[in-house]
Design a protein around this ligand. Structure first.
Ligand code: ZN
Ligand code: ZN
Length: 486
């Protein structure tokens, strides 16, 4: 009994000593914002304002600046104890795109991450997105300090980084958030944690806080800057803050809550010419071409769809191996299947400008959410298209060309089937389905026609990666007349 009592005292003392520095840092940060009690009293925050958002994975060239949206009418509601949030905003693109300004609504309610379309239809986001959005709760000074000040707080690893104090805050889910505290003001200046991205794998998620202002006795940052893998993805400027006000309904929409987080893949295969299959079914289509002794796939949008279209190609022509996959460009929604294609032993064919990008994507760590390549590593076999690449035998012919001067991306390849008068391209012209409203503009069509003319292509039909098969005339009809020189 005595030993037990002594041991308990010793343990208590040593734990107190071990944690005192971390606890002191967190207490100081809380005091600088208005005190631990004030922070603990915050249940909901309504942040209103605007700022900027950036289209992650959609840079014009790999590693280049991200396309930017101006964000207005932003309203972010956070329910800290409920683990729920919802953000509404109006996003206006500042870059060349066919997409008009659009309202965006996204949220999290417990384990359900959801998005609402402009018509109000709810879709459930992936389990990976739900984890990412759950992390957002701790990427705010109130969220991280509520956790750090709690009786169950797990504080470790106090250290200095660049003149700032840093302490790691562990959460019940096992995640760790590094809280950076300004050495002078003692205000939280940054939270860093790890998250995972389908294309890039394990990445750092960083949120910086600045321009603190006081609302009802609580200092909060009015500028919040979010970074992913080093890229700025959002800058939020808060102009109005409401503490514990009317948060509205933060529950998950019933449709989203009832939906599965597993990706569903629907594939319809149509043989549009002898040996050419158009694999449609959802947003991103693929094309399979049959050569004398092998098959070639065009377009690998994401892991689930890529594995499914690879399986479908093998099913359509069981006697011939699928050997190559052509990547239409580096945008994440078109290159998300690169790793899956490598895991299936395919040789990748990419625009010369995407070579480094693909090499980087293939060597990335996917430890948090292992994908097909992480589970079954295979070497990258890569071929690049310089001016032109012709894949040809007696059964099939495909000419791959870089698309020059497109305002959309610098790594675009188009695939031309000279014997069939077919052209495959992504994003430059997406004929809407019959009855669907056409886009407001076709800003990339004229450049596509220029590229086709310069190559002297004779095209009868288009097999676009988005939309539907259409005659070449459909493209010529939407492009503004070419400017005559002289
Ligand atoms: Zn694109
Ligand atoms: Zn696209």
């Amino acid at each position: 009994m005595r030993y037990g009592w002594l041991a308990a005292v010793a343990l208590g003392l040593s734990t107190g000593c071990m944690r005192s520095h971390e606890t002191a840092l967190v207490r100081d940060a809380a005091e600088s914002m208005g005190g631990p009690a004030r922070i603990a009293s915050v249940e909901t925050l309504v942040l209103e304002g605007g700022g900027e958002a950036f289209n992650f994975g959609q840079s014009k060239s790999p590693g280049g600046e991200l396309p930017r949206f101006t964000v207005t009418e932003l309203r972010r509601v956070i329910d800290f104890p409920g683990g729920r949030w919802r953000q509404e905003s109006l996003r206006t693109p500042t870059y060349v795109t066919a997409n008009p300004p659009a309202r965006q609504v996204l949220g999290l309610a417990g384990e359900v991450a959801y998005n609402l379309s402009h018509t109000g239809a709810a879709t459930r986001a992936s389990a990976r997105t739900a984890l990412h959005r759950a992390a957002e709760i701790y990427h705010h000074p109130v969220g991280i300090l509520r956790e750090a000040l709690g009786t169950e707080a797990n504080l470790t690893n106090a250290r200095k980084e660049g003149g700032r104090d840093v302490v790691d805050v562990g959460t019940p889910s096992g995640a760790t958030y590094s809280l950076h505290i300004d050495g002078t003001t003692k205000l939280p200046v940054k939270v860093v944690s790890r998250t995972s991205n389908p294309v890039l794998g394990d990445v750092l998620m960083e949120t910086e806080f600045s321009d603190y202002t006081e609302t009802d006795g609580l200092k909060l940052p009015s500028v919040i800057t979010s970074r992913l893998d080093g890229d700025t993805v959002a800058v939020t400027r808060v102009s109005a803050t409401t503490i514990n006000g009317d948060a509205g309904d933060l529950g998950a929409p019933a449709d989203a809550a009832a939906a599965s987080t597993e990706p569903t893949v629907a594939i319809e295969a149509a043989e549009v010419a002898k040996g050419i299959w158009y694999l449609t079914g959802q947003s991103h289509h693929s094309v399979v071409a049959e050569f004398q002794d092998h098959l070639v796939l065009i377009e690998v949008p994401n892991e689930a769809r890529t594995l499914a279209v690879i399986a479908k190609a093998r099913e359509l022509v069981p006697g011939k191996p699928l050997t190559h996959a052509v990547v239409t460009h580096h945008h994440f929604d078109h290159s998300g299947g690169v790793r899956a294609a490598v895991s299936e032993g395919l040789t990748l064919i990419v625009h010369r400008g995407a070579e480094k990008f693909v090499e980087d994507v293939v060597q990335r760590e996917h430890g948090t959410e292992p994908d097909a390549l992480a589970k079954g590593p295979k070497p990258l076999i890569l071929q690049t298209v310089e001016e032109e690449m012709v894949l040809e035998d007696e059964a099939m012919s495909i000419a791959l060309y870089p698309i020059d001067g497109s305002p959309h991306a610098d790594t675009l390849l188009m695939a031309y089937f000279p014997r069939h008068g077919l052209l495959v391209q992504a994003d430059l012209f997406s004929p809407p389905a019959p009855g669907a409203p056409p886009p407001a503009a076709y800003p990339f069509a004229a450049n596509l026609i220029e590229n086709c003319n310069r190559r002297g292509l004779t095209i009868e039909n288009l097999l676009p990666i988005h939309g539907r098969m259409a005659p070449m005339k459909a493209l010529l009809d939407v492009a503004p007349p070419a400017k005559t020189s002289g």
